[in-house]
Design a protein around this ligand. Structure first.
Ligand SMILES: Cc1cc2nc3c(=O)[nH]c(=O)nc-3n(C[C@H](O)[C@H](O)[C@H](O)COP(=O)(O)OP(=O)(O)OC[C@H]3O[C@@H](n4cnc5c(N)ncnc54)[C@H](O)[C@@H]3O)c2cc1C
Length: 434
């Protein structure tokens, strides 16, 4: 017999929680989304500094983010205005260029590797053999190993290791190659390079990350009868007469179904009062985390990069983005440093100074006018070899997890978060309607 339709609570207004709420609201299920912060978006949110719209961290999306792009279209994001979509081109000025030509996948990658600038011919041919071998194996490993071991096995060290694979691994998994899961890395390569050429497109937001999707999504949820409540932290979850009692600063509210879409460390706290969720709790206790630093540097307005996004090598800075080109803030560059390193504990002044020096050496820039450093210490879970991640279904009936860290193919990414939210929504709607 169909369960009686009741009320669904979603805890967390990041991309996962919003995806779940949009999908349920679309189906006419009454949802209430609680977000602890004043701003929606979680780890992908806009901030304002000196009156300029920035983000807690520079993000890129890929053409392979099919669920994210589909959901954005569903809620009404005008993608041509909101994002700059470019065919893949990886450039590290003075060192390396990979610019796959306009051929169908995976030929574009093969030709791109063959024509890559900055690598000896032997390495380019070895990279093509590597790409073909992965495809033959359908990007599956019999047993997970570290990205570093995988690359050693396929003779992908040398320049290609440091100029292509390491930057890609850090950007995709936010985990150093020695610890990073080769299987998850291959999942990302499979989805980006193994299907359609447009999957490897780089998609750069043109607006801040809260305006990009969360605000449009919350409007969609409201228009479909749902509620979005910001500045409301859920402090505890109890069970009363078959309902979940969500405790806030003041009072409690009962819900028949819950999607806990908080980040893993916060989910761990929320699950503490639910003994049936012990299996998920045990997995979450084993999680480790990695930081991401974004260093914004404001240069004179006429400062421009030769492309919206460039790679850097040999120092701390890994990527630099021209926000003048994407966000209409001329001269503002955003430098990204993924994963842990000695830089993460430096004072902002020191980190900005070091990054500025590296940029000036690599790109001959003038001195910056000001800077803003944001270090997200728990930017993502460490995507390590063989990491077991909790499923969206918990041992507890009608209680689900959603978030970039739950079981799935992807590392901690917007696409991973969105897919997880969609899965949680599908599990609930299946219970409600069947
Ligand atoms: C600096 C940085 C750069 C990144 N770069 C990229 C990138 O380029 N590409 C990419 O795809 N991904 C990137 N990521 C990863 C991406 O941002 C995350 O994977 C994604 O945003 C996670 O979404 P989520 O909904 O799972 O979790 P979160 O975004 O963490 O959302 C959880 C939400 O729950 C709320 N919450 C927690 N506890 C409670 C509570 N008790 N009550 C109510 N609300 C609560 C939080 O405030 C938060 O808003 C980056 C992350 C960071 C930090």
């Amino acid at each position: 017999m169909a369960e009686k339709l009741k009320r669904v609570a979603i805890i967390g207004g990041g991309y996962a929680g919003l995806a779940a709420a949009v999908e349920l609201a679309r189906q006419g299920v009454p949802v209430t989304l609680f977000e602890a912060g004043k701003t929606l978006g979680g780890r992908a949110r806009g901030i304002s500094y000196r009156g300029i719209a920035m983000d807690n961290g520079q993000h890129i999306l890929l053409g392979a983010y099919r669920e994210t792009l589909r959901l954005m279209a569903l809620v009404g994001v005008k993608q041509e205005d909101a994002m700059l979509r470019l065919p893949l081109a990886l450039r590290i000025p003075g060192h390396f260029t990979l610019k796959p030509p306009a051929l169908p996948a995976p030929l574009h990658l093969i030709a791109g590797l063959l024509l890559a600038q900055g690598l000896p011919l032997g390495e380019r041919l070895a990279a093509i053999r590597f790409a073909l071998a992965l495809r033959l194996k359908d990007f599956r490993l019999a047993q997970d190993m570290s990205v570093a071991s995988l690359l050693t096995h396929y003779r992908q060290g040398g320049k290609i290791g440091s100029l292509l694979w390491e930057p890609l691994c850090l950007a995709a998994l936010n985990t150093p190659m020695r610890q990073a899961s080769a299987q998850v890395f291959l999942n990302v390569l499979r989805d980006s390079f193994g299907r359609a050429r447009s999957d490897s497109d780089v998609v750069l937001p043109r607006t801040d990350l809260t305006s990009l999707f969360p605000l449009v999504a919350s409007e969609f949820i409201r228009q479909h009868g749902g509620q979005v409540v910001c500045g409301c932290r859920i402090r505890r979850i109890g069970q009363v007469n078959g309902y979940f009692a969500l405790g806030r600063e003041e009072g409690e509210e009962n819900f028949s179904h819950v999607v806990c879409a908080a980040a893993p460390q916060h989910a761990l706290t929320l699950l503490a009062g639910l003994p049936e969720a012990a299996p998920a709790i045990n997995l979450l206790r084993r999680f480790d985390y990695q930081p991401i630093a974004t260093i914004y540097l404001q240069y004179p307005r006429e400062t421009r990069l030769s492309a919206p996004m460039l790679g850097l090598t040999g120092g701390f800075a890994q990527w630099v983005f021209d926000r003048g080109c994407t966000h209409g803030t001329p001269g503002l560059l955003a430098v990204v440093i993924s994963a842990a390193g000695e830089h993460q504990d430096w004072p902002a002044e020191q980190l900005a100074g070091k990054v500025n020096l590296e940029l000036r050496q690599a790109l001959a820039l003038p001195p910056p006018l000001w800077h803003k450093v944001i270090v997200e210490r728990r930017a993502s879970f460490a995507c390590t070899v063989g990491l077991e991640r909790p499923a969206q279904s918990t041992g507890l009936k009608n209680f689900y997890l959603a978030g970039d860290y739950t079981a799935g193919d992807y590392p901690a990414t917007i696409e991973g978060a969105v897919r997880s939210g969609m899965t949680a929504a599908a599990l609930i709607s299946a219970r409600i309607t069947h």
